[in-house]
Write a protein that binds this ligand. Structure first.
Ligand SMILES: Cc1ncc(C[n+]2csc(CCOP(=O)(O)OP(=O)(O)O)c2C)c(N)n1
Ligand SMILES: [Mg+2]
Length: 181
């Protein structure tokens, strides 16, 4: 499964969740598949999507889905420990794992030798899901605890355009979506 296909399958199954998306091609692919004010395209801070998602989940009640990457999670691995201990009941951390730094040339990450769901399990996560082909969120959306979803995807980026919304506008429309209701 290509990463864009995984993003398509996940967004098809979501309702009104807030999405924090990983830097680079994942955000471009999400933008191409389904743009929404519910989406926060994180443009600069590699590794911080899971931390931003945690803060957002703790700060309000709506469910937050983080679409993160293997390289980014490895860069900020402590985030897993913090999420586990903070126990937000409205956070789904999805790792789109292509075993590489896909957005910058597909250099191998250590996720090609380290199993990230086993890491999450060792940290203490109880709700763990691993998908290789089909992605099924029906059970996941009924769980009111922190959830770790590991999706194995192929290397490669879709041929999608850059996001033509200014960073300030991505931020302001997202904030309006979160607090404007
Ligand atoms: C601190 C920092 N280091 C490096 C980069 C460059 N960079 C942007 S995206 C990326 C790869 C991210 O890999 P991953 O999270 O696995 O996502 P993928 O593109 O593979 O889906 C890198 C190295 C950056 N933006 N910030
Ligand atoms: Mg990757």
């Amino acid at each position: 499964m290509e990463r864009i296909e995984a993003i398509q399958k996940i967004t098809e199954q979501l309702n009104d969740e807030l999405i924090i998306c990983n830097i680079g091609f994942p955000s471009r692919e999400l933008y191409a598949v389904k743009d929404s004010p519910n989406n926060f395209y994180m443009l600069g801070s590699m590794g911080m999507a899971s931390s931003i998602g945690l803060g957002l989940a703790l700060a309000q009640k709506r469910r937050v889905v983080v679409l993160d990457g293997d390289g980014s999670l490895l860069m900020n691995l402590g985030s897993l420990v913090t999420i586990f201990n903070q126990k937000p009941n409205n956070l789904i951390l999805v790792i789109l794992d292509n075993g590489c730094y896909g957005s910058t040339g597909s250099q191998c990450s250590y996720a090609s030798t380290v199993n990230l769901s086993r890491v999450a399990e060792a940290v203490g996560f109880k709700n763990l899901f691993l998908f290789w082909n089909e992605i099924d969120f029906s059970e996941i959306l009924n769980i009111n605890e922190s959830i770790f979803v590991h999706v194995k995807v192929e290397k490669g980026n879709a041929d999608v355009p850059v996001i033509d919304i200014e960073p300030e506008d991505i931020k302001s429309r997202f904030i309006e979506e979160v607090i404007g209701r």
